[in-house]
Design a protein around this ligand. Structure first.
Ligand SMILES: NC(=O)c1ccc[n+]([C@@H]2O[C@H](COP(=O)([O-])OP(=O)(O)OC[C@H]3O[C@@H](n4cnc5c(N)ncnc54)[C@H](O)[C@@H]3O)[C@@H](O)[C@H]2O)c1
Length: 310
């Protein structure tokens, strides 16, 4: 098969690309390197079956020029920072909404069979009901969340109006090798690990009792491949279905790194939600059963950061 991975130089997109190549598929990566890294693609390009197209999903002609003869699209490209989207709502929508619309239009016009889009648990907002189910009313609290929700609706409309098969995967907190710890908006796991490797203590915002639903990137890749290969459509939570507090993480990460450190506590961050975890029944029944425990995933992730310092 020939697949497109938009955002294939990013954290999740590069893992999807690698697995597709390992399974013998041909892949075209479309990425503008706004947050993606060249080192993520370097190893992939040497594998021979990957073509890199440097450009933006806001360029419809570029997409159409590359979608001809393609079997499916994994759409990962997005500007992923929530705080940035609050500061720059128009730029966020230009990429995350119009870019997604372009991907769908190009797929429709070029006869692509299926598009699998990265959505986000952010669409649930701070509705206190737990666990989060796909049929709950979305309550986006930021331009980023709104852009992800809009992408889901656009895909559903393209499925109904033009028969383009469509899946939206609502990722919860994805972690694993290659995630960028350097950005101001970096996720908690790479931040904890790299701070400890640099001789610093983990920083916890608030009292650490807030919970999240962490899923290892290899399980996210499996969810994407199953979503593409099985005759399913619609929205799926992609998560482990387990809640882990930031305090538990601040204990577990040092333990797995064989160090004894206590975190420093800072003021809670504005807009951070307290608790989030997913009902994963739909994913388990129709896609696959995630099977990498937090402990196993963290060990792999720690090993990667040890081998790839800086
Ligand atoms: N990491 C998570 O925990 C998480 C959670 C929920 C949803 N998501 C979604 O998953 C997807 C992948 O996220 P990630 O964590 O790998 O982030 P990432 O920043 O590593 O990857 C995003 C990629 O998209 C590229 N990109 C951005 N704008 C582009 C444009 N205009 N044209 C082409 N490429 C562009 C970036 O250069 C980057 O390579 C995103 O859609 C994100 O919203 C991620």
């Amino acid at each position: 098969m020939h697949y497109i991975v938009t955002g294939g130089a990013g954290f999740i997109g590069s893992h999807i690309t690698r697995t597709l190549v390992e399974r013998g598929h041909e892949v075209t990566v479309i990425d503008n390197f706004s947050s993606g890294k060249r080192e993520n693609t370097r190893g992939l390009l040497s594998m021979g079956q990957v073509t890199l197209v440097e450009g933006s999903i806001t360029d419809l002609d570029l997409l159409k020029g590359n979608f001809e003869g393609v079997d499916g699209v994994f759409h990962e490209a997005a500007i992923i920072s929530v705080p940035w989207s609050v500061e720059h709502p128009q730029e966020s929508a230009a990429v995350n909404v119009m870019g997604t619309l372009n991907v769908l239009v190009a797929a429709r016009d070029c006869g692509v069979k299926k598009v699998v889009v990265a959505s986000s648990s952010a669409v649930y907002g701070d509705n206190p009901e737990l666990p989060k189910r796909e049929d709950m009313l979305p309550e986006p609290m930021s331009p980023y969340a709104l852009s992800k929700m809009t992408g889901e609706y656009l895909g559903a409309v393209f499925s109904r109006s033009y028969g383009l098969a469509f899946v939206a995967l609502r990722y919860f907190n994805v972690y694993g090798p290659g995630q960028d710890p350097a950005s101001a908006y970096a996720a908690v796991i790479p931040k904890f690990i790299t701070r400890i490797l640099n001789g610093q203590v983990p920083l916890v915002y608030g009292d650490g009792s807030q919970t999240r639903d962490f899923i290892y990137v290899a399980d996210v890749v499996k969810a994407n491949l199953c979503a593409m290969e099985k005759s399913v459509e619609g929205i799926f939570n992609v998560a482990s279905g387990e809640r882990t507090s930031v305090n538990e993480l601040a204990r577990l990460v040092p333990e797995l790194m064989d160090v004894t450190v206590r975190p420093t506590y800072e003021q809670p961050r504005k807009g951070d939600i307290l608790h989030s975890y997913a009902d994963i029944s739909r994913m388990k029944h129709e896609l696959f059963m995630p099977d990498i425990s937090l402990r196993t995933g963290l060990k792999e992730t720690v090993a990667w950061y040890r081998n790839n310092p800086g």
